[in-house]
Design a protein around this ligand. Structure first.
Ligand code: OFO
Length: 170
């Protein structure tokens, strides 16, 4: 059974994951319209993954005797100036999500909820991977500079990236 404090904190995280999925969906749609096929593929995958993270939390909360809440979401506020700004925002968003997970871990410890603490370790690892992947992508973007051929190759490479950093084509 989860305490009210843990329940509220987990429900908040469900919202964070749902919003992450919306943010990446908005990025995917922008990239698709702009003709960045690879970036769009990556962002759609990323959006699906975030939804999976949300579902995992919903299942856990309900299994533990709580009631997972499905909240209203904010429309993503994004700067669509370029694909660079998009990935910068992706990185910054992941850093923020990592902070949310850290706060949750702290709460689980102060509530002495070791089952939730154990469950959250998966999210801790996931955030490490996602931040690292976002960093690799930003480094690649820096390397490309204004080179059009480089951008073409980058977009093509993005099809093979997964948001959790596996199968990265270097
Ligand atoms: Fe949900 O994994 Fe990042 O944000």
């Amino acid at each position: 059974m989860v305490s009210d404090v843990i329940l509220a904190a987990l429900n908040e995280q469900i919202k964070v994951e749902a919003e992450s999925s919306q943010i990446y969906l908005a990025m995917a749609s922008w990239a698709e319209v702009k003709g960045f096929e690879g970036i769009a593929t990556f962002m759609f995958k990323q959006s699906d993954e975030e939804r999976a993270h949300m579902l995992k939390l919903i299942k856990f909360v309900n299994q533990r005797g709580g009631h997972a809440k499905v909240s209203a979401l904010e429309e993503p506020k994004l700067d669509y100036t370029s694909f660079r700004t998009l990935f910068r925002q992706l990185y910054e968003h992941e850093v923020k999500v990592s902070e949310c997970i850290n706060v949750l871990v702290d709460i689980s410890l102060s509530e002495k909820d070791y089952a939730t603490h154990n469950f959250l370790q998966w999210y801790v690892s996931e955030q490490i991977e996602e931040e690292a992947t976002a960093k690799v992508i930003l480094d690649k973007i820096d390397l490309i500079g204004d080179d059009k051929g480089g951008l073409y190759m980058f977009d093509n490479d993005m099809k093979n990236f997964t948001s959790s950093g596996h199968n990265i084509v270097q």
